[in-house]
Design a protein around this ligand. Sequence first.
Ligand code: ADP
Length: 259
Amino acid sequence: IGGHPKGGQESVRPAQVRSILAVASGKGGVGKSTVSSNLAVALARQGRRVGLLDADIHGPSQPRMMGVSQRPASPDGKMIEPLHAHGVTMMSIGLMLEADKAVIWRGPMLMGALQQMMSQVQWGELDVLIVDLPPGTGDVQLTLCQRAAPTGALVVSTPQDVALIDARKAMDMFRTLKTPILGLIENMSSFHCPECGHEAHIFGHGGVGAEAEKLGLPLLAALPIDLETRLAGDAGVPVAAGDGPMAEAYARLAERLVQ
Ligand code: ADP
């Protein structure tokens, strides 16, 4: 993750943030938020100063996954103090909204919310700010790419065709917006039965790797369907904070990204 801010006049990129990493997916439910939180924790464990911005406005899951629930303070009513969890500085639109209430916003409001979360949060000095984007190719993605000049994007997909079709659209959007795609991550790649050891490919096999090869992009990780990952996410302590095989897998992903 190199840091070359290139935001223009209207940039909302926080001044003390060296690099911004966008985590995207075509579809929801493929594990984009899970990868974002675990990657953030893995990078922090390797000594990086890491921020995590949950910009998935319609389905913010980072408060749950990172185990935070308090509303961020804003002593002067302008700047917002981010929260800290598992070594990561974080902010989520979900912390500012009422639980169980739908966000019914038009584009300009979505864009305003993202801009506020970038420029009115006291991020402090960060080596990397990971932005957990909404799925798809909408206004939030457009604003981030145009106004914050991300250093690069990671695209998360399952190997299933319906997920890959939409992931291709997300990649096309990044190419159009001139945001470099750093690589693809295949999530829910396989399932190892803990009882009998059989390996099953529930969502198909190798689809993301094949896509990466076709596009000349690296496949940065192939992460299995893993009960610990799901339980840890639900419990608010990402699996990357522990010391099992998934923590190692996320540590390897983090190392690949900072090479
Ligand atoms: P997205 O951000 O793409 O909508 P999430 O990260 O919220 O997806 O994941 C959707 C659900 O799947 C969550 O309950 C999460 O815990 C679970 N999940 C994600 N990745 C895995 C995995 N590799 N193994 C098991 N469960 C996973």
